[in-house]
Design a protein around this ligand. Structure first.
Ligand code: PGA
Length: 247
């Protein structure tokens, strides 16, 4: 399966940054890449980003509400993201889990809403530094996965991202063994949850991915791509990460 390279812009990006998406799309049209590329800009840019991406780069949301519509001031439904031009949505990012109190059950409901709207849900899991120090990484991430992944979803219709919280924005990276062991564990959890369909789910790594370390990460077993925050903002860095999948 083609590696999936995702840029999560978080709360960054104004109209002027659309030029970066336009330039990346043009570059990929001129010289195609092995990777599937997805950019998740702030919701205010989704519609214009989808136009700028010109069908070459997919555009996604960073979160969605689980309801179809209703009296939820400030929220966006999965249908609205889809209507604006998104094909995917991140759910359960640790910043949402921590800053907005999103639980596994809520994340599962959001993932179901995404699928209902025709969006690919990208479900994030990851342990804190304290949980890691206590030797609980595998148990924590396995639990999150078991409760955040809707049981009835076919494998190809969702993506998992392993993002250790202590690696996000810190410049610190788990060792190759730590990533491989965690991804192997998440694969087993997916097989237990989804049966054979769990084999087809891409498991991304996220947390301090840079043009300098991405090759080494993508070469690890059970790593189907990367979720990139900080390094997805400078256009040259993100393109270098995308191009790292070409030989
Ligand atoms: P980072 O963020 O690449 O800046 O560490 C990753 C993420 O939070 O998705």
């Amino acid at each position: 399966m083609r590696p999936l390279i995702v840029g999560n812009w978080k709360m960054h990006g104004l109209s002027s940054q659309l030029a970066d998406i336009r330039a990346l799309a043009a570059a990929l049209k001129t010289r195609s890449t092995q990777a599937e590329v997805l950019i998740c800009p702030p919701a205010t840019l989704i519609e214009r980003a989808a136009r700028a991406a010109d069908g070459v780069v997919a555009i996604g949301g960073q979160c969605c509400h689980h309801a179809l519509s209703g009296a939820f001031t400030g929220e966006l439904s999965a249908e609205m993201l889809r209507d604006a031009g998104a094909s995917c949505v991140i759910v359960g990012h640790s910043e949402r889990r921590q800053q907005h109190g999103e639980t596994d059950a809520l994340v599962a409901a959001q993932a179901r809403a995404a699928v209902r709207a025709g969006l690919l849900p990208l479900i994030c899991v990851g342990e804190t530094q304290a949980q890691r120090a206590a030797g609980q990484s595998m148990a924590v991430c396995g639990e999150q996965l078991a409760h955040s992944v809707p049981a009835d979803k076919a494998g190809a219709a969702l993506v998992i991202a392993y993002e250790p919280l202590w690696a996000i924005g810190s410049g610190r990276l788990p060792s190759a063994d730590e990533i491989s062991n965690m991804h192997a564990h998440l694969r087993q959890c997916l097989l237990a949850r989804l049966g054979l369909a769990g084999e087809a789910v891409r498991i991304l790594y996220g947390g301090s991915v840079t043009p300098g370390n991405v090759r080494h990460i993508l070469a690890l077993p059970n790593v189907g791509g990367v979720l990139v925050g900080g390094a997805s903002l400078p256009a040259a860095d993100f393109e270098a990460i995308v191009r790292s999948t070409d030989h």
